[in-house]
Ligand binder design. Structure first.
Ligand SMILES: NC(=O)c1ccc[n+]([C@@H]2O[C@H](COP(=O)([O-])OP(=O)(O)OC[C@H]3O[C@@H](n4cnc5c(N)ncnc54)[C@H](OP(=O)(O)O)[C@@H]3O)[C@@H](O)[C@H]2O)c1
Length: 247
């Protein structure tokens, strides 16, 4: 597939806000588009003229028909040896694939949260050394990898490994995420919670601005970081809202 003209970095010194690079025509690869966060991020990508194309990668189709979107449905999300053509000339990866740790063993959670994520990151990095990698972890992620909470330790380990890799890595740590623009969680308990919160969301935002965000804000913030970079490699919830222009 032809991916159109290449993106342009107008500057080096990406991490320094004073000399940060500007990237336009961003070609995105999006993991997790069938999920709540990924679906919200995809909507923002479709609406933002800075995003030239989106390759969605997952084990089932997200069924979004749009000229910008191409889908890569794969049974194996751990080995991308046969996906070289698909992964070539990508500017940014928005990694929204993830799973709740509830009811999972540490080994099973580690396999999805760490092994799968790092396999995808390595495959993309090998073909795109200038890649920007945006990873959704969560508020409370444990960078020490030593804490009491299993999910936080494993997410911390994934974050730490991504931050060690030689691409521009940004960790997104949202707190409560409110779905907007028709996005729905697949989990009944989340849908019920979102229905209860919807009328009060503006109030929640005023009372707990540091701990709440939306699917739209995460998408806008990822696109902004892919386009302009960010001074901090770890974006906590308030950073996400600020970068999205809603903080
Ligand atoms: N939702 C929140 O309030 C919240 C808050 C903070 C952080 N987060 C984090 O944000 C990320 C996304 O959450 P979400 O709410 O969007 O989750 P979600 O709605 O359950 O979506 C999860 C996505 O990951 C994919 N996935 C899960 N397990 C997989 C596996 N074993 N193999 C391949 N694909 C797999 C799903 O694909 P399928 O459709 O094929 O299952 C789906 O695309 C997670 O890492 C989560 O921890 C979420």
């Amino acid at each position: 597939m032809a991916w159109g003209r290449c993106s342009i970095w107008r500057d080096a010194g990406f991490g320094d806000p004073s000399t940060r690079g500007i990237r336009d025509n961003v070609k995105v690869v999006l993991f997790g588009a069938t999920g709540m966060v990924g679906a919200g991020v995809l909507i923002e990508c479709l609406d933002d003229s800075r995003v030239e194309s989106v390759l969605t990668v997952g084990r089932r189709p997200c069924a979004v028909a749009h000229p910008k979107v191409r889908e890569l449905v794969r049974a194996d999300l751990f080995d991308y040896g046969d996906a070289t053509d698909d992964f070539l000339h990508v500017d940014a990866c928005f990694f929204c694939l993830g799973v709740s740790s509830v009811g999972m063993s540490e080994a099973a959670y580690h396999r999805v949260t760490y092994d799968l994520t790092i396999a995808a990151a390595q495959a993309l990095l090998g073909l795109n050394p200038a890649l920007t990698f945006c990873y959704v972890s969560g508020e409370g992620t444990d960078s020490t990898e030593q804490g009491r909470l299993m999910w936080a330790r494993v997410k911390g380990k994934a974050e730490n490994q991504l931050l060690r890799m030689p691409f521009k890595a940004f960790m997104f740590r949202p707190g409560y995420i409110h779905p907007l623009r028709g996005v729905r969680s697949r989990l009944r308990v989340y849908r019920a919670m979102h229905a209860v919160v919807t009328p009060f969301y503006p109030l929640l935002q005023r009372l707990m601005p540091k701990h709440v965000t939306t699917t739209a804000n995460i998408g806008r913030a990822m696109i902004e970081v892919a386009a302009h970079g960010h001074a901090k490699p770890v974006l906590e919830n308030p950073d996400i809202n600020a970068v999205a222009g809603a903080g």
